[in-house]
Design a protein around this ligand. Structure first.
Ligand SMILES: NC(=O)c1ccc[n+]([C@@H]2O[C@H](COP(=O)([O-])OP(=O)(O)OC[C@H]3O[C@@H](n4cnc5c(N)ncnc54)[C@H](O)[C@@H]3O)[C@@H](O)[C@H]2O)c1
Length: 451
């Protein structure tokens, strides 16, 4: 037992975690929650997945999967260890630990939309039990766990239960932790187990329980002093990426003007064994994290009369990149004495990065819309998306075009560099290729315009 902790109500849960009998509920069966549920299930914990999306629950209950990189056999293996999925929040009462993995998008005014977290907290609260461990994993601004989640849980439960804070004793306590998800979708070089898990408990007992629970599926846990420190840690990591990507995007634009190959420069800079980490330019930011999370912090900073200038500047540079890609297509067509208006353009890749089936905030969607607005007749190809309908910010209603008649397009634009694509063939068979990702590296052809 850790120094300074008295024997208390968290002891029974510690024993259950040690013996892998603690019932783990994961709320939000999406890109984060489902793999996490499977990790606990692999370690033979009894796991229940909660989701308000009945279709997802039905797929999981029938042993299927809706995430490309998770095979149905993995769901079936989990089910044989007792994994079930449900939309019934009453089952929260039977859980020992509850991990919340719901979305944290931005509103249309670029402000944090915490409605998924508040809805979830309101749904959990009536079923809360003393001794339970509640963990928030959704990325959010510092203060969310303590200022938003905890008050809803405390107000909404019928038994007057309180979140354990330092020095509090009693039979009416539950435990609260923030622990950010750090997954890098599509990155197979680091096993999920090897990604250290940061843990910020509202109370040392909560941190201890969190470390113990996550310690059973991750090789290392990194405790920090408060939930806010853990929330800020996640934002620092993502802001670091966002700012560095913006830097390299801006330098790419300068290099294009100066006739220097930015990719060659990055490769050379990478040879420095210290003090440099490579980031790569592209057609714009995508995904649920990097384009969104930094603005959670700039919003919160305003409460402290603080202006996060790096975040704003990086956002400005990165937001401009899809527009620059469309300009590059127009210039390439112009070189061929063609106008963008009326041109047949094929966009390769819809997902926001290589080899994944996630198109949230994808720059491809923006590029397609911008091309259409300029009069281009746009098709797309992406092996991960046979169709694309409409989402929060797009309404495309298109079907994936085959790759067999590339010479029918005036221009093929590589937006996502999936590794399944045969780039030499694409260049050979197309009339003109605009490459936003350096996917055609090593191919020498006057048809290629790198931007
Ligand atoms: N996807 C990533 O790579 C990644 C990486 C790190 C952090 N995160 C963070 O993790 C969180 C979840 O992201 P995600 O990518 O898994 O999102 P997602 O959209 O893939 O999944 C969220 C799931 O939550 C469900 N849901 C929404 N409201 C609910 C409610 N009230 N009750 C139960 N279920 C509900 C949705 O139906 C959906 O299935 C976000 O805060 C995100 O920023 C994501």
């Amino acid at each position: 037992m850790s120094q300074g902790l008295s024997v208390g109500q968290h002891e029974p849960l510690k024993i259950k975690i040690q013996s892998r009998t603690a019932k783990v509920g994961v709320i939000g069966m999406g890109y984060v929650g489902l793999p996490l549920a499977l990790l606990f299930s692999e370690q033979t914990f009894p796991v229940t997945g909660f989701d308000i999306d009945k279709k997802k629950v039905d797929v999981l209950e029938s042993g299927g999967s809706y995430i490309y990189r998770i095979a149905p056999t993995e769901i079936q293996a989990a089910r044989s260890h007792g994994f079930t999925a449900t939309s019934d929040y009453a089952k929260i009462a039977g859980m020992d630990a509850v991990i919340i993995c719901v979305p944290t998008p931005l509103s249309e005014y670029h402000e944090p939309d915490l409605s998924y977290i508040t809805d979830t907290a309101q749904s959990i609260a009536p079923h809360l039990r003393a001794g339970q461990l509640i963990i928030l994993e959704s990325t959010t601004y510092p203060g969310t766990t303590e200022e938003v989640l905890v008050p809803i849980l405390e107000r909404g439960n019928q038994h007057g239960l309180r979140a354990a804070r330092p020095g509090m004793q009693g039979e009416d306590l539950f435990y609260v932790v923030f622990s950010p998800e750090r997954e890098d979708p599509g990155n197979d070089t680091v096993a999920r187990r090897d990604i250290p898990k940061v843990i910020g408990g509202l109370d040392p007992r909560a941190s201890e329980l969190g470390s113990q629970l996550y310690g059973s599926i991750f090789n290392r846990t990194v405790p920090v002093s408060t939930p806010a420190a853990a929330e800020m840690t996640k934002l620092l990591e993502n802001i670091y990426r966002c700012v560095n990507i913006a830097l390299v995007n801006e330098l790419k634009l300068l290099c294009l003007r100066m006739g220097i190959d930015i990719w060659e420069v990055i490769e050379a800079a990478k040879s420095k064994p210290f003090g440099f980490q490579a980031f790569y330019p592209g057609p714009g930011l995508g995904g649920h994290c990097i384009p969104i999370d930094p603005f959670y912090l700039s919003w919160k900073a305003k409460q402290f009369d603080f202006h996060t200038r790096f975040i704003e500047l990086a956002g400005e540079v990165n937001t401009n990149m899809p527009y620059m890609s469309v300009e590059a297509v127009a210039a390439a067509l112009n070189r061929e004495k063609k106008a963008l208006n009326g041109a047949q353009v094929l966009v390769l890749g819809l997902s926001y990065k290589r080899d994944i089936d996630d198109l949230r905030e994808s720059p491809s969607l923006t590029i397609i819309e911008l091309l259409q607005k300029r009069g281009a007749i746009v098709s797309y190809n992406d092996p991960y998306f046979p169709q694309v309908g409409h989402g929060r910010k797009y309404d495309l209603n298109m079907a994936c075009a085959p790759l067999d008649k590339l010479d029918e397009y005036d221009c093929v634009v590589i937006v996502t560099d999936h590794s399944d694509y045969d780039y030499p063939r694409i260049v050979r068979e197309s009339k003109l290729v605009v490459d936003t990702r350096n996917a055609t590296k090593g191919i020498d052809s006057p048809k290629i315009v790198r931007c």
